[in-house]
Design a protein around this ligand. Structure first.
Ligand code: DOR
Length: 433
């Protein structure tokens, strides 16, 4: 008989609602029972905690292969598990890029024994150079469900149309489910040479800016292309009020679009760049109060389907350069739940939807992650304490890098335990391996 673990004294919250219950899971990875007064061979305390389906992050940079000094799949997965995530989608802007079967297989192999499931996305174009499509059918057969050139958007309208048509024709390879093209919306002709949001703060600081329109023009085009091709487009890290408004209208018209917001785009504004600290440099850039309010509203009213982290580790040597020279990106995995819980005026059920079951459905992971907490379901769970406050420290994180923009900030809501296939991989905030 396999050992059992009882998660005791918490409130279970999933798509079907909220109830006080203990949850018993087995070491072979399934939920054995949900009910009151249950016991197991071992137990985990969940007093004052919410027991939820594990979180799913549609957007992480794990830097392997190629930049292992900043992060590895193993350290990134450890940070993810500490953040309550049981599945993350690795972006393809590695070196070499995840644009062919060999590199995708390498990522799958490196992720075999991690404490959070790491799924590979793959590039839409070879080398993410925006010129030739990758062998998408071959990559779908390896299990890839999401394609993106993240880090850049597809600039060429015709190529994007062809990519959507091609992706739309591949559903038969994965049981009829749609392949998703995820887009980093940025018209490089408008953003090139800009290092922060173009507006009052960039003028005051003398830092060249990227206008909101660099994002919005591509959102507009891809909504039109989703209508033309019928293929689903997922908008990554939406950051402007205009983008949120366009996606709202597109959804109301029934077009096949979904969207995510990165935590920093609803917590921080371009005013954070006032001291020229490159820890606040990110693409798309931090925007204005008005944009932050619009992103929050989009999350509240369902226009934006998911919270993602865009976890982007960079070594101190790289990040501690001038604002212009430093690479864009910030850590996100270990702070996502607390930031959403602190900054979004949403009931916990809605927060969990944004962090768990809605992103799981977008990535086609709903049979393994984000599902209802019922007997027989996969035991991938996050146990979170929404009331506890703590102070963010980059050095205390599992990441190989420390570039958090929230250093020293007090936030509310802590991930206590994470369970991956019945295995308590994080207990009381500590990764177990
Ligand atoms: O800020 C960013 N960092 N935006 C991106 O699109 C890429 C990412 C990275 O890989 O560092």
């Amino acid at each position: 008989m396999t050992a059992t673990l009882a998660i005791k004294g918490g409130t279970v919250i999933d798509q079907s609602g909220s109830r006080r219950a203990d949850v018993v899971v087995s070491a072979d990875g399934t939920i054995l029972a949900v009910g009151v007064g249950l016991d197991g061979d071992r137990s985990l305390d969940a007093t004052d905690c919410v027991v939820a389906p594990g979180f799913v992050d549609l957007h992480v940079h794990l830097r392997q292969p190629g930049k292992e000094e900043a992060e590895t799949i193993e350290t990134g997965a450890r940070g993810a598990a500490r953040g309550g995530f049981t599945s993350v989608l690795a972006m393809p802007n590695t070196t070499p890029a995840m644009d062919c079967a060999a590199v995708v297989r390498e990522v799958i192999d490196l992720a075999k024994d991690t404490i959070c499931d790491v799924r590979p996305s793959a590039a839409i174009t070879v080398g993410r150079e925006g010129e030739r499509l990758t062998p998408m059918a071959e990559l779908v057969r390896l299990g890839v469900r999401v394609f993106t050139d993240d880090g850049t958007g597809i600039q060429d309208d015709k190529l994007m149309r062809t990519a959507l048509d091609y992706a739309g024709s591949l559903a038969h390879l994965c049981g009829g489910r749609a392949i998703v093209l995820a887009q980093h919306c940025e018209v490089s002709a408008l953003s090139e040479g800009g290092f922060m949001h173009e507006g009052e703060w960039s003028s005051r600081l003398g830092i060249p800016g990227q206008p909101a329109e660099a994002e919005e023009l591509m959102v507009m085009r891809d909504i039109a292309l989703a209508r033309l091709t019928g293929t689903r487009v997922h908008f990554q890290h939406l950051s402007t009020a205009g983008s949120v408004g366009m996606v709202r209208v597109a959804k109301a018209a029934g077009l096949p679009v979904t969207a995510e917001a990165a935590t920093h785009h609803f917590c921080l504004t371009d005013a954070c760049c006032a001291d020229y600290d490159p820890v606040f440099k990110v693409h798309p850039p931090l925007r204005t109060d008005v944009d932050v309010a619009a992103v929050r509203q989009g999350l509240i009213d369902g226009t934006i389907d998911a919270i993602a982290t865009d976890h982007a580790p960079h070594t101190p040597q790289d990040k501690e350069r001038t604002f212009a020279d430093a690479p864009p990106g910030m850590l996100g995995l270990e702070t996502a739940f607390a930031l959403a819980n602190t900054h979004l005026d949403l009931p916990i059920e809605d927060l969990l939807a944004l962090l768990s079951w809605r992103p799981a459905a977008i990535a086609g992971l709903e049979s393994d992650h984000g599902g209802p907490i019922v007997e027989g379901a996969p035991a991938n769970l996050a146990v979170v304490d929404p009331a506890t406050t703590w102070t963010v420290s980059g050095a205390a994180m599992a990441s190989r890098s420390t570039n958090t923009p929230y250093e020293g900030m007090t936030v509310r809501g802590r991930v206590r335990h994470t369970i991956l296939r019945g295995d308590p991989v994080v207990i009381d905030g500590e990764a177990q391996r």
